[in-house]
Design a protein around this ligand. Sequence first.
Ligand code: SAJ
Length: 478
Amino acid sequence: MGKKLREILDNKGNICRIGVIGMGYVGIPSAALFADVPQYEKVYGFQRDSPTSGYKIEMLNRGESPLKGEEPGLEDLLSKVVAMDKFSCTSDFSKIGGLDAVTIAIQTSFRDPKDLIPDFGPMEDGLKKTGKYMDRGTLVVLESTITPGTTKGWAKDILESESGMTAGEDFALAHAPERVMVGRLIRNIREHDRIIGGIDEECTKRAIELYSPILTSGKIIPMTATAAEVTKTAENTFRDLQIAAVNELALYCEAMGVNVYDVREGIASLKEEGVTRAILRPGAGVGGHCLTKDTYHLERGVKTLGGNGLDYPEGRESLYTLARGINDFMPLHMANLTRSALGRAEKEFEGAKLAILGWAFLANSDDARNTPSEVYRDLVLAEGAGVSVHDPYVDEYPGVEILHDMDTVLDGADAVAIFTAHSQYYLLNPRELMSTVKKIHPVIVDGRNVVDPDKFIAEGWVYKGIGRGDMNDHPIQK
Ligand code: SAJ
């Protein structure tokens, strides 16, 4: 494998015309960075002219970013490469013809979070269009997070059937998973090490040629395409596992009357050469687009690729899906804490008014994808409570009224549940809040350790905090 492709690539020469399919959080910054490389002559950003996303084409061709939130360096870079005519956005996928490399950065979100199966439809569509128009010798790179086995599996099959060519002989194929985080897209692409996995060595080499010029401090880590798929899904699986470990510890500490943050500090103090404990932070749940799905990509991969070859403790659930279950339990635990605290104030969910502080899944962000707050809201609504939601960053969310005015949300609240560690929530004043809620012994449930329990309890609040086994049965004051 590879000799024929090597000859084709030698005849083709260096990469200089590039296509990026999927103008989202991943595709836009990488297209702009490729376009800024002197030896790259032209970069096309491919975007379907769909009712929901077609607007991006016009914006990008004006050098404006359609991405929400601050992305340092992105707008300047976009306007620069558009002005130099090195980047343009188009819905004409036939322009893939004549390109030396095409990267595919199309989201694979859940069809329905309940069935945990990603919707590969948009990705399939992008692959079909690439196969249809690409030339002999084109490099195709999948950047989206995908189930291990995809690159050498159905993605290769689609490209081959649409093009009539053979991967690894007539065109190059690789996986280079994105590792960007909202708010630091440009920096992450330049500075994070880049995992690059071709379906064979020649393909890996060609993909390394494509990405090397846009890396500054990041280095290339070459491996096979499948290893690259496992790396990406496992790096998020491991983060989810770490969070689950500290969430479980928080639940144990509550049951044993211990402050999990004392324990966390104690554990983290064990530091010496080669001895570390990456203990993360317990919280009201795990949201977002990465950690909520990548474990299931990894699990699907080992089932489809591993077949019967997996040797694992008989009848035991995967540690990783168990971790998912613990993290998904945390919003339910918040509801249990709320119910228990309302009971201490001789109230129940039925007829109570609850205020949720924080809808975004991340602090000081407007990103609300797969937010744990929604799980909690559904639960308490089903138990007959009324709910109002505050978030200073999130403007709207399907089916949920999100308010920016704290007083309106808190007015008359029997219970306040903090789900997101937005900076302004650290400033909540128990006495001022008491005058806003106008209740005797209102409840506060702190899901992100942002308030001082003593201050709230001293003002007559009924306090519950995740992991605060030392405070959760405090004497009610005033
Ligand atoms: N969370 C906790 N406790 C923690 C850390 C996070 O409960 O100690 C919760 C957060 O509240 C949030 C969820 O987990 O609801 C996810 O938080 P995150 O910090 O992992 O943010 P993500 O989902 O944006 O993860 C991304 C991932 N980056 C990529 O996939 C390229 C992840 O690999 C990064 O480690 C993470 O950003 C990061 O470190 O910022």
